[in-house]
Design a protein around this ligand. Structure first.
Ligand code: FE
Length: 207
């Protein structure tokens, strides 16, 4: 199969739109609201994520950096859960959006009770392709995400208000004890968003 540099165009368009958005506003409510709309559009169709960034791992979920804003105002990551895989209870410390591309994911929120323990809060939700969830310290930042499928991987696209792999944050046990956590990324390469040569070659030649 030949490499189709144009297949990634929806991700490039999303990165451009998110860059314009963070240029225009630093207001979290605006970023979550408009970012949600942009992410919903990105995950409304499949076919643009290169296979190298949707491979599941045998031991644990994978998190592949797709793009980091040069000023680290946002980052875009593909998360891939194999059957039965889940995150620990964790926080983000910055705003985040989760859009489902393939499969289905179970999300459970946690709140700190008066005794200091973390307790599951509200219903567990199941997100399906095209759906988007939001987190932040303001609206609820502690959760667990798991693959809702027993027999197939699930893939979601996440956007965060920082270079999330380098953010000092926390994982928690049920007693509420926090442990410092810096996630990093599962890959040392990012997809090539910028090979627009086919369109340049196809453009009409000036007379
Ligand atoms: Fe999370």
């Amino acid at each position: 199969m030949t490499y189709d540099a144009d297949a990634i165009a929806p991700l490039r368009a999303f990165v451009v739109a998110m860059t314009r958005l963070v240029e225009r506003s630093r207001d979290e409510a605006v970023l979550l609201d408009e970012g949600r709309r942009l992410l919903a559009q990105l995950v409304s169709r499949d076919g643009w994520l290169p296979p190298a960034f949707s491979r599941s791992g045998a031991d644990s979920y994978r998190q592949y950096l797709l793009h980091a804003d040069p000023l680290e105002r946002f980052s875009v990551v593909s998360f891939v859960w194999g059957p039965g895989q889940r995150t620990p209870i964790h926080d983000h410390t910055v705003w985040g959006l989760v859009g489902i591309l393939r499969g289905a994911e179970r999300c459970r929120r946690y709140l700190r009770a008066d005794d200091g323990r973390l307790r599951a809060h509200g219903e567990e939700t199941v997100l399906r392709p095209g759906e988007v969830d939001a987190v932040s310290p303001r609206i609820g930042d502690v959760h667990v995400v798991a693959n809702a499928l027993d027999d197939a991987p699930s893939v979601s696209i996440h956007v965060y208000g920082a270079n999330i792999g380098a953010v000092r944050r926390h994982v928690y046990d049920e007693s509420g004890t926090a442990t410092l956590f810096v996630s990093g990324y599962s890959s040392d390469v990012v997809p090539n968003l910028w090979d627009r040569s086919a369109a340049a070659r196809a453009a009409p030649v000036d007379a």
